[in-house]
Design a protein around this ligand. Structure first.
Ligand code: KG4
Ligand code: ZN
Length: 337
């Protein structure tokens, strides 16, 4: 059987990425042009700047993806693109490019949801993985527990009521004077602190709840810092970072374990930018092992935004014949179902 080659395009936030993936699992290339240095000077992503950066980079990145893969445009079987959710101006660039390639090459346009792409990154990393499984998707914009019943069939078991986990990391990092993106910087600072020195609150939201909330924790950290300031005591910032990280990670892991127990699903996955966090990966591994669950996670480069995961999810849309029309729109609030 010839390999089905899908070009993936991802521009939902601040990474311009294109990848060529064969049969949903062979990563022939995965080019990621990060805009982090551009946005760092503003302390976060500036949507208008992101759109312009995508526009400047997109064709170069796509051409490099094909070059790295050693594949010609004519060898492609489909064009997968993140259509949402994300920053609308940023999404528009990827969707417009994908439509142009699709029209020019006369190959199907495959519409991919950003969370779906994160979830599918696990199929790139684990060829033996099969639905059903539960995936905790934790990124800058989302914190969701998703049950993949079968390919492309999802049930959202729980989500955040306020901030996403990555957003909480980014906001607390900023308060601690760390550069954007806050997650990796906070993790680094936390590695020098004691996670038990300060006991920040965990938002369980009721015994059976699979929902998340991080706004109370954020307030608790701010109040702690203000309290120290009032007393004229300089806080131990590594301890603050470690205590905050421990509170986030514990809730993420225990709620996923709870979801597994409630549904009887014993395969658990992790995805999204925050999934690159080593403390989260370690605790997940430990708790899943104790409970007798299998635990899967992608390598770090496949956790943060990348187009290989988009091409992987796109392959399953290709198999299902889910082709988008050429008037497909980008959608900032795209529902998963
Ligand atoms: O999935 P992603 O690249 O973009 C979105 O879809 O949002 O995730 C980015 C988020 C940011 O909030 C970033 O701070 C967080 O993931 N992140 C981390 C780590 N690496 C990235 N958070 C905690 N620890 C990390 N090592
Ligand atoms: Zn993402």
């Amino acid at each position: 059987m010839p390999v089905t080659w899908i070009l993936g395009i991802e521009t939902s936030c601040d990474e311009t990425s294109a990848a060529v993936v064969g049969d949903g699992s062979i990563i022939a290339s995965n080019v990621i042009s990060s805009q982090i240095p551009v946005h760092r000077q503003y302390g976060g992503v500036v949507p208008e700047v992101a759109s312009r950066q995508h526009l400047e980079r997109i064709t170069v990145v796509v051409e490099k993806a094909l070059q790295d893969a050693g594949i010609g445009f004519g060898d492609l079987d489909g064009i997968a693109v993140t259509v949402g959710p994300g920053l609308i101006g940023a999404l528009l660039v990827g969707v417009a490019a994908a439509k142009a390639y699709s029209y020019y090459l006369q190959k199907p346009l495959l519409p991919v949801h950003h969370l779906e792409a994160h979830l599918y990154s696990n199929f790139l990393a684990h060829q033996d993985l099969k639905p059903p499984f539960i995936c905790l998707v934790v990124s800058g914009g989302h914190t969701s527990l998703i049950l993949l019943k079968k390919h492309l069939e999802y049930e959202v078991l729980g989500a955040t009521r306020d901030d996403a986990a990555g957003e909480a990391f980014d906001k607390i990092a900023r308060v601690l004077g760390l550069p954007y993106p806050g997650g990796p910087a906070l993790e680094e600072l936390a590695s020098k602190g004691d996670p038990e020195a300060i006991n920040f609150p965990r938002a369980w939201l009721g015994e059976d709840s699979l929902e998340f909330s991080f706004s109370g924790l954020k307030t608790a950290v701010l109040n702690y810092l203000k309290g120290r300031e009032k007393e004229g005591i300089s806080p131990n910032l590594p301890d603050v970072a470690a205590g905050f990280q421990a509170a986030v990670v514990e809730v993420l892991v225990e709620k996923t374990i709870k979801a597994a127990k409630q549904t009887g699903i014993s395969d658990l996955c992790l995805a999204g930018g925050v999934a690159a966090n080593s403390t989260l990966r370690r605790l997940f591994q430990k708790r899943a092992g104790e409970e007798g669950f299998s635990f899967y996670y992608p390598e770090k480069i496949l956790c943060t935004d990348n187009a290989a995961m988009v091409a992987c999810a796109g392959y399953y849309h290709y198999l299902a014949g889910h082709f988008a029309p050429l008037n497909q729109e980008a959608c900032a609030n795209y529902p998963l179902s």
